[in-house]
Every structure is written in structure tokens, then in C-alpha cells.
Ligand binder design. Sequence first.
Ligand code: AMP
Ligand code: MG
Length: 474
Amino acid sequence: MNWPFEYTYTQLPDTLWARVDPIPVRAPRLLIFNDALADTLGLSPWLEDVDLAALFSGNWLPPGARPFAQAYAGHQFGHFALLGDGRALILGEWCTADGQHMDLQFKGSGRTPFSRRGDGRAAVGPMLREYLISEAMYALGIPTTRALAVVATGETVLRTRALPGAVLTRVASSHIRVGTFELAARINQTTLQALADYTIQRHFPACAHAKRPYLALLEAVIAHQARLISQWLHVGFIHGVMNTDNMSIAGETIDYGPCAFMDTYHPDTVFSSIDTAGRYAFANQPTMGIWNLTRFAETLLPLLDERPDRAKALAQDALADFGRQLQQHWLEGMAAKLALSKPDSTLIYDLLQHMADTQQDYTLTFRYLAQWLRQQTTPLPQTASWQAWLQRWRNGLTVPPYQAADLMDTVNPCIIPRNHQVQKALDAAEAGDMAPFNALLNALRQPFCDNAATRPFMAAPREDERIMQTFCGT
Ligand code: AMP
Ligand code: MG
């Protein structure tokens, strides 16, 4: 029986996609599979008699599957390039019980017409890294693509050294990117409009009824990104490669390359080895968000109004709201992290300044603050300026301290995927031992719980454990 995949995307002009099959691998071996996600998707009944390693490597195609790769463009570190799924393809769109279409995508499944000089493959380390961090983001309540499986291919991929190969199966609301619109706009207006209509129908159906549907689309994408980036800031997440081809129109965190969570708080923190100029530094992410959204708005100009001046004015007004929305979400979230009934921006900025000045761990600081409310003791510095800040903060609370502390512990994670822990788990996995990876994953699935599962992963890295750089590993 055919699997019930849909292929709505392939009704778009064929300049935006290409029919491609995965290239079989030598010796597929399932490293990890996300049972809970398969259940949520309603996929489990289809998997009962299936060899999961064969399925999630692309060696066995479900009947009825007609995989395709997407074409897109993008600004990478500010420079325009024609791109596309060079090592990925969409197995199919899967309809969930609530009627959503989810892309099931293989990453590392072999060359495609968009591979350029790449080998179309991926390595075990980076694919498990994406699995771990995207699932951690999900548990933190931050919109993200998710991970369904990683299969080791039994083949070697050649990077700076020879690495074990892997295929990741990723699940996303869609893989439409700002870069997809950049490509469509360069093809012609018919293609652009088809993509815009498709996007509205798939992600923002309410926009179809707006007076100006394409302006409503722009506003919706801006609103989702403002919220998403504010949530990254709340947990200390640094995406690392916020190129326009890595910005999802649906507002999900996508493409976990050299991303990382900050340990010690500093707004200029950068981990990515290729981001030498700090373009995608922690505190620069809102600026890069609006930069990318401006590229998106430019593609939509011909659809916003026939008069170019009017179209530009409409786009500028919409873009101008991004900063206000982001600031508001950010302040509200920071207020919640401190159990304040309303945002107090001076208090919040003073805290961040103290954290930077005394090199505090971003994540643990908020847990220590709750602890101080309960016990009046804290590992935070006993300096006069910290003491003054603590008193000022407590005096501003409108709920009893123990209640504020409990509230804080429901929004401030005690664990995040810290680089040194992630690296240890990946090193073990590469050497054939998945136990450390599974233990860390299990802990990251309950980030607000201080318990036996999470405690081993809570501490900030010691000086000799600190990892200063992350790599794309592509
Ligand atoms: P990324 O940095 O993962 O967002 O990738 C940027 C672009 O390079 C995308 O179009 C990828 O499909 C492509 N790419 C990355 N690695 C490979 C590879 N090993 N083979 C072919 N294309 C690749
Ligand atoms: Mg990408």
C-alpha cells in the first residue's frame, strides 16, 4: 500500500525543486530514533514492519514516495548565492491528525542537482549534534525543526579528516526560507506570486482574507521572527549562521550548524569558527534578523503595490515594527525570568551588566537568584553592587519570595546543551558508545527539572573544559 505522503510543493513551478532519489549507502545502522515524535506525527503505525535503518538512510523508499530537493538562494554572510538542497531531499509531506503538513527531510542523502562541488553527504557528529540541540530547543518551548532519526551509513566522508557518515531525518513545518523567496523573485513574478500564495495557504491562511494578503504575509513572518529571536536571547542561544537561507518563513529555528548556548554571559559571544567578524554574535541576532527580513521584504515589493514608492513605504512600515515587537517580547520574557509582574528595563539591564562584569554563567544565574529568594544564600558574588541589585530586585517583587522562586524555576532552565557536554557525548557516540548521548538527551528533555537525570549536566565548564569554537562540520 502506498504511504500517504503528499507533494503539494511540487505543484509549484519546477524551477523551485527537482525530483531526486536518495543514493543508497553501504551499511546503514540506526543510531537513534525519536519514538515520541513518530507517535505525535501519527507515523508509528506505518513503521511497524519496516527496517528503520533502511528507511531512514534512504536505502528503502516507501511505496508512493517521490522525493524532491528544493532550490533556493540566499545571502551568506551578506553575499548573494544560488543554493539549494545540496545534500538533502524531502521524502514527502506528512499530514498530521490536526491537518498540518510536515516535511520529512533527509540530510546527508547524497548528491542532488544543487550539490555544486559538495559530496551530498553528512557526518555522524554534526547530525547527532543537530538531533540533540533541536530536541533541546523543543523541550525549552522554542519553535524549531525536530529530529526523527540518525542512521550511520557505514561510509566515510572526507572533511578536514575522514569522518563516519550519517543521514539525519528532520521534521519541519516546511523548509521554505527567506532564500526561497530570493530565488523566486529572481526567476519571475509569476513564480514569486505562486510561492507567496502557497506559503500563505500552508502557514498563514488568515492572511488570504486580509485587505493586502502579501503585506499580511510580510507582517506575519516579521512577527514570528521577532518572537523567535527574543526566545533565543532568553536562553542564551547563538544560531551562528543566520544566513537568509537558514531563516525559516514558518518561524522555526532551522539549520543547526555551529550553533551554541552561551555559558558565561557576554553579549559579544561568538562560537562559530567561520564567523570571524562576529556578524552573528549573541547580541547581534536582532540586527541580523531585521537584515534578513529586509531581504525578504525586498522580494515581496512587486506584490505589495503596483506603485513602487507605495510598496516600499508599506514594507518599511512593517519592518519598523520588528524592533518594537522584539523588544517587547524580550522584556516580557526577562520579566518572567525574574518573576516581575511587569518589565523593569533598568533592573534587567543592570543585572546583565553585573553578569558581564563578574563573568557569571547566564543559565545558572537565574537559578541562583531563585535559590537566594528561598534560602538567602547564593553562589553569586558577595559584592556590594550584587547585594544592592538583589535588594532592589526583591523589593520590586509583588508575590512572596518562595512563590516567585517557584515561578522562576518553571521558566529558567537548569540545563542547556553546554558545548563541553555536547562534545563529550558526540565523541563517545563517534567511538561507538551512545550511552552518554542518550543520558544527555534524556536530561535535555526536562530542562526545568532539578533531578538525578539533569544534575550531572548542570555545571558550567571548568576553565580546562571550556570550548571556545564550534564548526559547521559540513
Ligand atoms: P548550510 O551551511 O548547511 O546551511 O549549507 C549551505 C549550502 O551548502 C546548502 O545549500 C547546502 O545544501 C550546501 N551544502 C552543505 N554541505 C554540503 C555537502 N556536503 N554537499 C553538497 N552540498 C552541501
Ligand atoms: Mg542551510
